[in-house]
Design a protein around this ligand. Structure first.
Ligand code: FE2
Length: 295
């Protein structure tokens, strides 16, 4: 009897294995956004990517090949963010990113990044925006940007139609921009189509609070602002931060001060100029001699 019970038990196990559907097997990890380059300085850079499942993060990099050094984080996440530090200024590096989930591994195509210059020198950058809704047009613009050879790109918001819709970020933004963002830092500010801003802040690493931030590239101080869902009138945290930034040595010592945000103070377009920006921000820009604002 015992033998027969054991036989049926073994048969039951075999049947259970036989009827396990194929799709119950663990999903292989894959990269669904990026890798893409984010905030950079003369000795550091942030590299991001997104995977379809939670997985560990690793960036391999080097001067002659992408396998001379690495930084890794075993925390399992979908949106990966790794900062490389201690780098040489104004220097190109090779890199790859790798994610591991259980025994599955995915590694990106080899690409390059370059650190920011430590001093002023000539460079080319591109400012563009409103990439939402028409991915084919966005892809064509991206190819034009690549052909012009910028070192960095700033984006003036409205990246996708609905920034709170996770499914739009790939088709409307990251897929068309892949060829550019894999080797050129693209640093956006928020537009009104980014909605609550929660996914925008998850997907980008811009410095400070990701809503308003500043960075130096060559002799230029770039300042990004949020004119969508945060106050910028006198006394607000953003205004107070901006005034301190405009007084800072990093800003005053730069040859150029460029401030970018979504709602232009003066425009010949259908929306016209933004009176809030005219009232609250333009006087500050004029008082501190900002060279270019709005974009
Ligand atoms: Fe807009």
């Amino acid at each position: 009897m015992k033998t027969r019970l054991a036989f049926f038990a073994a048969l039951a196990v075999l049947l259970a294995i036989a009827v396990t559907p194929a799709d119950a097997a663990p999903k292989a990890v894959s990269i669904i956004k990026g890798p893409y380059l984010q905030q950079l300085t003369p000795d550091s850079i942030v590299i991001m990517w997104e995977t379809n499942t939670r997985a560990a993060s690793r960036v391999d990099f080097g001067l002659g090949a992408p396998n001379e050094d690495y930084v890794e984080d075993s925390t399992k996440v979908k949106i990966h963010e790794i900062e490389l530090t201690g780098l040489a200024a104004d220097t190109p590096y090779y890199y790859t990113v790798t994610s591991v989930d259980k025994s599955k591994t995915i590694t990106s195509a080899q690409s390059t990044f370059a650190t920011a210059p430590a001093a002023e020198r000539n460079f080319r950058f591109v400012a563009y925006g409103d990439t939402r809704t028409n991915p084919g047009d966005h892809a064509a613009v991206i190819q034009g940007i690549i052909a012009s050879g910028p070192e960095i790109v700033i984006h003036t918001g409205d990246l996708v139609s609905d920034g709170d819709s996770p499914g739009q970020w790939g088709p409307q933004f990251f897929d068309p921009a892949y060829d550019l963002m894999i080797n050129t830092p693209l640093l956006p500010i928020i537009g009104n189509h980014e909605g609550s801003g929660n996914l925008f802040r998850d997907l980008f690493s811009l410095g400070n609070n990701d809503y308003w931030f500043a960075f130096t590239y060559g002799g230029v101080r770039f300042i990004g602002l949020n004119t969508h869902n945060a106050s910028y009138s006198s006394g607000s945290p953003q205004y107070t931060w901006l005034e301190a930034e405009l007084q800072s040595p990093e800003c005053t010592s730069a040859d150029w001060q460029i401030v970018y945000f979504h709602h232009p103070p003066y425009s010949s377009g259908s929306h016209g100029g933004d009176t809030g920006v005219q009232t609250h921000l333009v006087p500050l820009f004029e008082a501190y001699g900002v060279d270019m604002d709005g974009v």
